[in-house]
Design a protein around this ligand. Sequence first.
Ligand code: 2AM
Ligand code: CA
Length: 263
Amino acid sequence: MSLTIERDTLIKKWLKEAENMINESVNNELEIETKSDRSDFVTNMDRNIEEMLVKKIRAEYPNDKIVSEEGFGDDPTNIDMSEDTVWFLDPIDGTMNFVVQDENYCVMLAIYEKNVGIQSYILDVKKEKLYWAIKGKGVYCNDELLPKIKNASLRDGLFASNTKFLSDEIVGLNTEILKETLGIRNIGSAGLEAVEIAKGNTVLYITYGLNAWDIAPGIMMVQESGGTVKRFDEKPLNPLEKSALLMGTHAAVEDALQIIKNK
Ligand code: 2AM
Ligand code: CA
């Protein structure tokens, strides 16, 4: 069995465990704390899932590196993206939604080898849908291969942006881009926004300075769906570097880059 297929089998088993942990906890009180600001939540479930997954990855692949949100992973300053095999892990992406809505959150992880995304997994727990991609094999939803996305332009599609940034200095740029599109949609989970692109529901998602675990699975999935991901400055992608990103169809990303350059 190839390493990728072996990892795929294990990851799907581990994600089932994460799903069970969440579903079995419905009757228990969530412990909720805030981190950097009053809207930046972390729960005991974020920590428990990350601890469980990190233990399993370390037991099977002790030489690999782990970049994760809640502190169980490695120090990113000791990671060389150009050489290492790196697991990016977000135990719950969309923690705000998890706490407030009890839906629209996901468990996600991705594996990059020498800075190339090889495998990506985004589990929409509430909808019981696992989106997964293996490099060169397309994007699946559970057992179903999704069709490659159409190369729709900004004018022919819907746009999504991190809500936090609709209210700060970047709002002018968001408005410029929005005017070109058919409208805006916001979920509040970077992973599920990437899934929307992979499904062809939106043509562009803009993020500003999110962390590696927020974006690495989505980047790989969008690329594998037939789309593209570019930095505003068009420098090479490196999930460990916080940067403004455009994820979407080739045409919509180019359209948005033109607007950014002309601003
Ligand atoms: P998280 O739930 O894993 O923190 C919401 O727009 C998206 O931005 C989510 O993917 C969320 O990931 C991410 N995010 C990162 N930092 C955030 C913060 N301080 N507040 C809200 N969302 C944040
Ligand atoms: Ca998270």
